[in-house]
Every structure is written in structure tokens, then in C-alpha cells.
Ligand binder design. Sequence first.
Ligand code: ADP
Length: 474
Amino acid sequence: MRNVLFVASECTPFIKTGGLADVIGSLPQALKENEGVEVRVILPLYDEIPLEWRDKMEYVMSFNVPLGWRNSEASMYSLEYNNIIYYFVSNEYYFTRKGVYGYYDDGERFLFFSRAVIEALAHLDFKPDVLHAHDWQAGMAVALAKIIQPIFDMKTVMTIHNIKYQGLMPIDIFEDFFDMSREHIGGFEWNGMLNCLKSGLFHADKITTVSPSYGEEIKDPYYGEELHPFLLERSADLIGVLNGIDTKDYNPQTDPAIAVNYRSSRAKKKENKLILQEKLGLPIIAEKPLYIIITRLVEQKGLHLVQHILDDFLHEDVQCIILGTGDEEFETYFAEAAESHPNKLVTLLAFDEGVARQLYASADFFVMPSKFEPCGLAQLIALQYKTVPIVRETGGLRDTVLPFNELTGEGNGFSFTNYNADDLLATLRYSLRIYHDPIQWPVVVKNVNKSQFSWKSSARDYATIYDQLTTISV
Ligand code: ADP
């Protein structure tokens, strides 16, 4: 039995802003059930975590967190849920704010969190063989684990869920917050800034990312967000492991959030569609092809392409629903577009898990034309709800969606290669033609129904990485 401590900034069902939370909320169970790995998870205790969870937490201990001249107190709470123990680090200053991210001192907040994780390790009755940190918010925990040398031998893994976000701070912070000699600064600095992600990557024994294709892409300047030279150097330690989803949670047969449960029945999906159309004031027509987008409204997700072709595509006999929150530019654009096309487009500016599930259950197509996509879980959830994905061939989208080929009958979706709006429009129109083709459409549906993206094989890959680290000295 290996002990692994996950360090992360979000986790379902407690707190979620994106796919990272889905992964941290499901991979530990998969590792435990399938591979016998004892995983515990440590998270910040945000005020944003609903009271129903906070009320169930037990106080564990309080301890001092030294951050240079600043000494702060942290308290730790724990909660067992679905057979996994979660630890929560609380601090009155850093985590009692609205929301999760977006503060000027986010770097400092997660530096505090990372330092608290290392302090806590000395006191906990759980001795990890591996500390597995996720994304920049946890990067400093890896660096500090290596340099401050905890009281027991521990290996480290750093997973990149999205290389775009690196947690940059002025380099002076190094002297302000770290009690360590300047000889270490090279491991923390990148392009003149203190870089939390790079600090984790530099000190980690192994680096993983969330799909094989993204693992290759980030070594290239187009995708590497300036870290590509460093990743090229660490190529031998960089492994792409495809994310899975929790197929018990995302299960249209049992999901309580959807109106009509189903396994693969198109008729029942249409019943969901009719209910949704009525709720949202769209014309109630079961046969009308329904395209949905569920996403953070940010450039990464290919929304400039969607903006470009939306009017043209809405000339077709289709309905579209966009669910998301994010950049004002996109919120305003899609809200106004919905006003201009009241019978065809609905824009819901919200982050709502229940509504998202109703959409996945009701739609025919899920559109995700990302500029880059480390793995992407939304297309996997769509497939799980038997909704056909339309994606750009990048990162995990390329690894999970095979474009439909009329000649071979293979393919569980539609895709295009270049980041180009005309190609997106052509692909959308092609999907519409196939939808109306009584011979080809059932073939696509059959392929979608066969798609499987559970955690099983990826959990094995992670367990192998832990085994290699703990049996071979690196
Ligand atoms: P990312 O992590 O980059 O946001 P992913 O596709 O990996 O993208 O994961 C997105 C997750 O967040 C999915 O579970 C998706 O259903 C969910 N999600 C995104 N936007 C919303 C929203 N507005 N309301 C509810 N869930 C959302």
C-alpha cells in the first residue's frame, strides 16, 4: 500500500471552478478502489465551500506557518467522504474571501497554502510516500518539500492541468517569504519572475500532464507558454496520462439532476430536450437539432471562432444553448446574440452544475473548438450523456474524439484541425448533414454509445508512476 497526498486548490463536491475539481474529486477513489493506493487530499478551506460540508468537518490541529518575516496561523480540519480523507487548511486572511481566485495576491495565498501543507506534514498521522501536486497553486509545495526536507523520505509528482496559468509573482517575493539561501533562486525563477508552476516542475521527481497529445504540444512554443525549453529538457520525466471521469457520478441512468433518466435511448434524450425547450422558451420540437456549449467563457475555449460564425450558423434550422461565465467580452456578445435570435439561441450566464447536466442530457451536439485543451472533461461528459462532440483537434480533444468517417464508419464525433472559423462552420454544417442522414447518423450514435472514459486505465498509469518512484531511487 502506497500513501499519496494530493495537494490541490479545488475538488468536487466541495468547490469547483473547472475540470481540475472533477479530477481531484474522482481520481483518488479510482486509485484506491482499483490500485489499492491510499490517497488523501489537502485543500484550502474557502468560505465559498457550502455550509453543508463545513458543518461535517472535524478540527484536527492548529499550527504556525512561517512565511519569511510573516508568521501566520493555520488550522486544519478533516472530513471523510466516499472513503477518502480530505484535509482543509483554513486561514482567516487568505481564504475567507468571495470566490476562489482572482485576487491581486493569489500568488501569496497559494504560497501560504503550500507552506502550510509542508508544515502540516510534520504533524499528521499520515506519512505520504509521494506528494502529488496539481497545477500552479500547489507547485510551491513540491519545491518546499524538496528544499525544506520533511522528516521522512517523500517523492514528488507535479501534474500540469493547464500550463497557461503559472502563478507569477515579482522575484523579490523570494527574499520576503522564503527563509532560504539565494543559491536556490534558479529553481523558482523564470523570465525574471517568481513562477509557482515552474518551481514545482523544477523540483518534481516526475512531471505529468493530462493527455498524451498535450504532453507533446507543451514542448512546442505555440502551446508551451514560454516554459517549452524547460519542458524539453525534462522530456524524459514528462508523461501524458489521459484524464477519466467519474462514471458513477456522471451517469445518465441515475443522475438526479436530469428530468428523464436513460442509458442510451435517443427517444428519452428527446424527452429531456422537450422539457428543456419548454423551460427555456425555445420552440418545442423534438427533432430540432440542439447544439450546446458549456464552458468558462475565456479565449482558450475557441469562443472567438464561435463569435465569428454564430450568425451564419443560426441561419440553419438549429437550436443552440450556451451556458457559461467568464470574460465580459464574451458574456456581452453571447447575451446580445441570444436577444437577436430568440427562437434559436439561449445564453445562460451562470455556473450551474444542475443546468449543465440537463443540457448534456438533452443535446444532440456538444461544441468545444478550443484553441488549446490540456485534456478537456466536458467532451467526455458529453459522450457519457450520448451527446456527439464537435471539437478542434488539439490536446486531449484529439486523444478522445475520433472524427466520423463515412467510408469506414468509425468516429465518435466531428473535428477540424486548424484554428479557423470557416473550418468550424464547415464542420458544424457537416454534422448537421449527418444528423439528417438516416444511414450515417445511427452509425455515429452507435460509436458514441460505445465510448468509454472511466479512470481505470489512467489510475493504473499513475499507480505505476508512484511505484517506479518509490521502488527506484531517483
Ligand atoms: P476547464 O477545466 O478548462 O474549465 P474542462 O472541460 O476540463 O475545462 O472541465 C470543465 C468542467 O466544468 C466540466 O465539468 C464542465 O461541465 C464544467 N463547467 C464549465 N462551465 C460550466 C458552467 N457554466 N456551469 C456548470 N458547469 C460548468
